[in-house]
Design a binder for this molecule. Structure first.
Ligand SMILES: *Cc1c(COP(=O)(O)O)cnc(C)c1O
Length: 341
């Protein structure tokens, strides 16, 4: 059975993005966040390509995500740590938790779990133990590979970045950790002092551009290619789609395309998204509806069975749809045939 829609995935762009971020990371190693199934692209395929390029440190959210990568040979850190229910999985080879709470630390100690990572909160108030916990000896005797923290405003020019940087740098030498790691994609763009020993880009690997400094560096990786199911001539004054929102100002050739919510093509693209046939722009008209989208075919000859490509420019698609670039990537559905070039 062939899927009508394809997600065209560009190995060269993925690798070029990682290499560019690795260069910007200076002497620090550059890892890769591959949680949420590689931000929707397919974690196994992403890991294989980045390992071949030289990436050695990968980050997932859960042990189930780690188990799905079993046999990939990757060194994996599980960002959400270890819950009691995860303990059966901790023997997965090459996988270690990022301990986030005192209870997780205690659980890991009780299991004689071996090497781990630790998340320390430096002001975001999301996950992590505190600097006071460290001062009180919470981590004493643990075998810590990487001590990490996460920036709350890396994609903003915020004074909080420097505050978090200073709080994190003050922990240098205080835990016996082999490495320190602070920067996500946007953090890498903040400057060399944010790189420490290891950086953890996610979004920018996959074509997302979280801050202007990455605009000339990052290339799109994923492009939706969908098939036209019907070409129809809509007379002036007639409407297209649910709720009859779009009204033809003039006679219009319309293409109905096999794409919708389950694919991660959200309602926010109604009247605002765009596809391409060659260089011709085909605007989305009317409501994106469950599994179908209508396009204004203009003067093109695009017809039934032809494939059109949706705009792969994530900042532009995010601005058009009102979704974040993260949502657009991680929402990409399961129905696509994922085709790597
Ligand atoms: C997801 C995540 C990253 C990657 O962030 P991007 O903004 O996608 O680059 C890095 N570190 C942690 C702790 C994360 O949860």
């Amino acid at each position: 059975m062939t899927a009508p829609n394809r997600l065209l995935l560009d190995t060269a762009a993925l690798v070029a993005n990682w290499r560019a971020l690795a260069r910007m990371s200076g002497d620090a190693a550059c890892g890769a966040a591959v949680k949420a199934d590689g931000y929707g692209l397919g974690a196994r395929d992403v890991v294989a390509r980045l390992r071949a390029a030289g990436c050695r440190d990968f980050f997932v959210a859960t042990w189930a995500e780690a188990a799905a990568l079993a046999g990939s040979g990757a060194s994996l850190s599980v960002l959400h740590g270890v819950r009691a229910d995860d303990m059966a999985a901790i023997a997965l080879p090459g996988v270690r938790p990022v301990l986030n709470t005192a209870a997780q630390v205690a659980r890991w100690r009780a299991a004689h779990g071996g090497a781990c990572d630790v998340m320390v909160d430096t002001g975001m108030n999301r996950l992590g133990i505190s600097a006071d916990d460290i001062a009180a000896g919470l981590l004493d005797g643990l075998s810590i590979d990487t001590l990490m923290s996460h920036l709350a405003c890396a994609d903003d020019d915020s004074a909080m970045n420097a505050r978090q940087l200073a709080a994190f740098a003050a922990l240098r030498g205080r835990t016996g950790a082999r490495r320190m790691s602070l920067a996500n994609s946007a953090g890498i763009a903040l400057g060399a002092e944010y790189a420490f020993d290891l950086t953890r880009p996610g979004l920018a690997l996959y074509g997302g551009i979280p801050s202007p400094a990455l605009a000339d560096v990052v290339r799109p990786v994923a492009t939706i290619e969908a098939e036209v199911l019907q070409r129809r001539l809509v007379p002036a004054g007639a409407t297209v789609g649910y709720n009859a929102c779009w009204i033809a100002a003039a006679e219009t050739w319309v293409g109905i395309v096999n794409l919708g919510y389950a694919d991660g093509y959200w309602r926010g693209f109604s009247d605002r998204g765009r596809a391409f046939a060659g260089d011709a722009v085909l605007p989305v008209i009317g409501r994106v509806s469950m599994d179908l989208v209508a396009l204004d075919l203009g003067t093109t000859a695009v017809g039934e069975g032809d494939r059109v490509r949706f705009d792969p420019d994530l900042p532009r698609a995010a601005a058009a749809s009102g979704m974040s670039q993260y949502e657009l990537l991680t929402g990409l559905g399961k129905r696509f045939a994922r085709v790597w070039a």
